[in-house]
Design a protein around this ligand. Structure first.
Ligand SMILES: CC(C)(COP(=O)(O)OP(=O)(O)OC[C@H]1O[C@@H](n2cnc3c(N)ncnc32)[C@H](O)[C@@H]1OP(=O)(O)O)[C@@H](O)C(=O)NCCC(=O)NCCS
Length: 217
């Protein structure tokens, strides 16, 4: 299946989700890759990873860019160079999880993450949420608890992708305000050394996955 969903969040921000049902060959036949990308693709061990990577190029093509416009900085953060259709600079963030991939493009500073909702997250909660956040989470409804932890994890990943900085601890430096799943948005704070920054977090669920995206405030 091609494009799974487009979220026209605002006139300057769009989110696109791809459901990866195509074979590797099918996807490869539909994208134009630069040599550097082809080499990276060849080096990937898992075919699912390769398909996800190619599906991101499909998403990039959907918004009028090609793989030739997509680059990475030394830490792996993606960026788009302006082309004939898009002369203004835009931000991009990329995520893939199992058979879904997504991008967000915006004139604002943004990060995105997709996570599969899994029970396992309960066991690792204390690795990425601090005591204050844990205490504020109601744990009597296991499904709700898993969903909220997944939003928190996704929010922290999305913020990490915005900051793109070594030394950020999800547990010690990023705090996500309390929220209900139905709220679909919350606020998060990054506090470390001399950095104090606020982020607007948006989230939604589909097919057992959680999509989270963050904007720098
Ligand atoms: C790099 C990282 C953000 C990727 O996230 P992930 O959930 O594993 O994977 P996703 O599929 O959501 O994201 C992968 C994409 O993120 C992007 N990315 C990679 N490094 C990045 C960086 N430094 N900054 C911003 N974006 C980055 C890339 O576009 C990549 O996909 P691509 O290379 O195929 O284009 C993640 O692995 C990471 O390092 N997280 C922070 C470390 C940490 O503190 N973890 C746990 C603490 S308990």
């Amino acid at each position: 299946m091609p494009l799974y969903k487009t979220i026209n969040f605002s006139p300057t921000t769009r989110i696109l989700i791809w459901e990866i049902t195509e074979s590797f060959e099918e996807l490869l036949g539909k994208v134009v890759l630069k040599e550097k990308t082809q080499l990276r693709l060849n080096g990937m061990k898992s075919e699912m990873h390769q398909r996800a990577f190619l599906s991101v190029r499909m998403l990039i093509q959907e918004i009028g860019f090609t793989d030739h416009d997509l680059h990475y900085d030394e830490f792996g953060k993606p960026y788009l160079s302006p082309n004939k259709c898009h002369t203004e600079p835009v931000e991009v963030s990329i995520t893939h999880s199992h058979h879904f991939s997504a991008i967000i493009i915006s004139e604002e500073t943004v990060g995105i993450d997709i996570e599969l909702q899994r029970e396992k997250i309960i066991r690792i909660a204390d690795k990425f949420v601090n005591e204050k956040e844990l205490n504020r989470l109601q744990r009597f409804d296991a499904e709700d608890y898993i969903k909220k932890l997944t939003v928190k994890w996704g929010a922290k990943e999305a913020i990490f992708k915005i900051r793109n900085e070594k030394g950020i601890s999800f547990k010690d430096h990023i705090q996500v305000n309390p929220f209900e799943i139905g709220d679909k948005e919350t606020i998060a704070f990054l506090e470390m050394e001399n950095i104090q920054q606020q982020f607007c977090i948006y989230f939604e669920e589909f097919q057992g996955f959680t999509l989270v995206y963050a904007f720098e405030k």
